[in-house]
Structures are given as C-alpha cells and as structure tokens.
Design a binder for this molecule. Structure first.
Ligand code: CO
Length: 158
C-alpha cells in the first residue's frame, strides 16, 4: 500500500466527470488499498478517486462506526429520503467547513473490488458521506451545495 497525494480545490480534475470502472483487476485493488490508506492517514471520512488524480468512479468511506471502510465502485444513488443540514468539509479543502443540506437517508448500489454488486443504506453521517463522495464523481464540490447565506442564519452562528 502507498499514500497518494490529495488534490486540492482549484485543480481542474476535481471539476471533471469520472468514467466507469470496466475491469475489476489488480490495479483496481491497489487503487482501493491506497485510497483507504490515504483516507486513514488524512483522518478523513471519505475519499473519491479524482481527489487522488484519477477520473474513475471509485470511492472509499469510513464513518468510524466500527464497520470499517466501505469500497464503492461505480456507485449510484437509487433511493433517498428526508433532509439533514449540517457542517461538511472535504480533504481537498483543509480547514474549510460549510453548512450543506443532504438527504437524511440514501440507498446506494455499487460494485465491490471483485465486481459483485451490493447495496448500502446510509443514514445521517453515512448518508452525508455517500452523497459528498458521489458528487465528486460528477465534478461537484460541497461548496456548490451551500445555499446563499441568509442574514438570520449568519447571525445565529456568531
Ligand atoms: Co470531498
């Protein structure tokens, strides 16, 4: 395993759409291992392939719920319910936190590293992480999801 360098906001690659993974080979396994190691080393909750410089639909998530890292290849949201508003950050924007609205629950279909399809249901932080990381695959960043700050809300945060 090896640490990969995390791309920061401002780099073009974070604004591009990722391509599907078509071969579930050794190279994919190495990428997933490296992404997990990079995520852990950065003490993050999620990491998407474009953040390590690859336009591939690959994501790793670890919300520290004791269930370990979830590896998602070619993930798609198939269901979502409710709304949550909370602070969100990104390993590509260290120190930046914004209030972002996300679904409270999501169901995502994806493939594992061997090409087997599975479903993951996330609520709360896991739902937030799934949406944030899947956005990366479309070139969407969490700052795009921040609503225009209404004065009352800005006031309430002081
Ligand atoms: Co991010």
């Amino acid at each position: 395993m090896a640490l990969r360098e995390i791309v920061k906001f401002g780099e073009d690659i974070l604004r591009k759409k990722c391509r599907d993974v078509t071969s579930f080979d050794e190279k994919l396994g190495i990428l997933l291992d490296d992404m997990t190691e990079t995520l852990q080393s950065a003490d993050g909750v999620g990491l998407a392939a474009p953040q390590v410089g690859l336009l591939r639909r690959v994501v790793v998530i670890d919300v520290r719920d004791g269930k370990g890292t979830i590896e998602l290849v070619n993930p798609v949201v198939v269901e979502q319910h409710g709304v949550q508003i909370g602070n969100e950050g990104c390993l590509s924007a260290p120190g930046e936190w914004c209030e972002v609205e996300r679904p409270m629950k999501v169901t995502v279909k994806a493939f594992d590293r061997h090409g087997s399809e599975f479903t993951v249901k996330g609520e709360g932080l896991l739902a937030r992480a799934l949406c944030h990381e899947l956005d990366h695959l479309e070139g969407i960043l969490f700052i795009d999801r921040v609503k225009q700050d209404i004065p009352e809300r800005a006031e309430a945060r002081k």
